[in-house]
Ligand binder design. Structure first.
Ligand code: ACO
Length: 331
């Protein structure tokens, strides 16, 4: 039996118009452009206004761009997956709303919560749905409204995150291009370092949780930094080894845009050339599940058929991994 590979055949993206730059943050918290730039590499991020538009607004915009570019009939989409840590609502699937708004009348859909690794995990399930032979068109969207869960009085987190969405289409590929292999992991001990404590089943919302600001993202940045660098490096090395690849075989590393210093540390650990690493963190900050598809969106013109791409991400949970994919088309 021949294996069906699942390839990315189209890309779309959306970032909100409103720009929050470092100068504006200097007016909000005790920080400086110099600190933010040297510690994170971020110059500006996009913010969804009003926040109440919800993550679905950006997911729909990114998917609509893809549909228009590809000339895709939405009724032929089989499945819509929305990877997000910031769904429109805790209950009621964001993917269901997105699919309906897109006119994907023959699709099913679900949300996938893998924090900053949500898109990486989504690539795994999207490709498995295709490789099973059961579905032909899977729309995978990574979208997050981080501004809805960030405390803009907390300088340790508010300088890092931004809002955005990216979408890709997975289809069967007859030439063997597409997702080749992956190393995916979790470590639940990580949840003490990166979390939103309230609003879930363990600590339902109350007046006390709101006044204690427990609905905002909390992170121990230093620990997250350390785990992110070591685990992404290890996952990439394992993936290279199990596919008999060296770093010189890789055209591009598509890595979660968490912090420029994390990216630099990974590049150093793997002895990568500067131009092997795709980077756009300076313009968007950390958009959680949207960073990987937004890199594809920004760099789509550079990507050529048969190039080898290594994706890697790390996020809350902890969740992390690395994925090896060959690019299937010229733009
Ligand atoms: N402006 C000025 N000073 C600041 C700021 C700021 N925005 N934020 C923190 N500081 C101060 C601290 O208070 C501290 O001061 P002190 O020495 O007087 O106590 C000093 O700067 C150093 O703080 P550190 O936390 O040690 O700074 P660090 O160099 O580690 O950078 C950062 C902090 C940027 C958060 C970094 O640790 C980081 O990027 N961590 C990883 C975050 C990440 O990747 N998250 C990904 C997953 S997110 C997800 O899954 C949703």
């Amino acid at each position: 039996m021949t294996t069906i590979t699942a390839a990315i055949t189209a890309v779309g993206g959306y970032v909100p118009e409103h720009v929050l730059n470092n100068a504006a943050l200097e007016q909000m918290v005790d920080t400086s452009d110099e600190w933010i730039t040297t510690r994170t590499g971020i110059k500006e991020r996009r913010i969804l206004k009003p926040t109440s538009l919800g993550t679905s607004f950006m997911a729909i915009a990114a998917a609509r761009e893809l549909i228009q570019k590809k000339g895709l009939n939405p009724s032929t989409i089989d499945l819509v997956i929305v990877s997000t840590a910031t769904p429109d609502m805790p209950v009621s699937s964001t993917a269901a709303y997105v699919a309906t708004e897109l006119g994907a009348t023959n699709a099913f859909g679900y949300d996938l919560q893998g924090a900053c690794s949500g898109f990486l995990y989504g690539m795994s399930v999207a490709s498995a749905h295709i490789s099973s032979g059961r579905y032909k068109k899977v729309l995978l969207i990574g979208a997050d409204t981080m501004s809805s869960i960030i405390d803009y009085t907390d300088r340790t987190t508010c300088v890092i995150f931004g809002d955005g969405a990216g979408a890709v289409l997975f289809e069967p590929n007859e030439e063997g291009f597409g997702l080749q292999d992956e190393v995916l992991r979790v470590d639940g001990n990580g949840r003490s370092f990166l979390k939103i404590e309230a609003g879930g089943s363990m600590m339902p919302a109350s007046a006390e949780t709101v006044s204690a600001r427990k609905h905002f993202l909390y992170q121990e940045g230093k620990s997250v930094f350390k785990f992110a660098v070591s685990n992404m490096t290890r996952a990439v090395n394992q993936l290279l080894e199990q596919n008999n690849l060296t770093k010189n075989d890789i055209d591009y590393v598509v890595a979660h845009q968490a912090n420029k210093r994390i990216l630099d540390a990974i590049a150093k650990n793997l002895a990568l050339q500067h131009d092997q690493m795709l980077i756009n963190i300076e313009r968007y900050g950390n958009t959680t599940a949207a960073t990987l598809p937004l890199l594809l969106w920004d760099y789509e013109d550079k990507l050529k058929k048969n190039q080898k791409l290594l994706f890697t991400a790390f996020g809350g949970g902890f969740t992390w991994g690395a994925t090896y994919l060959t690019w299937a088309y010229n733009n």
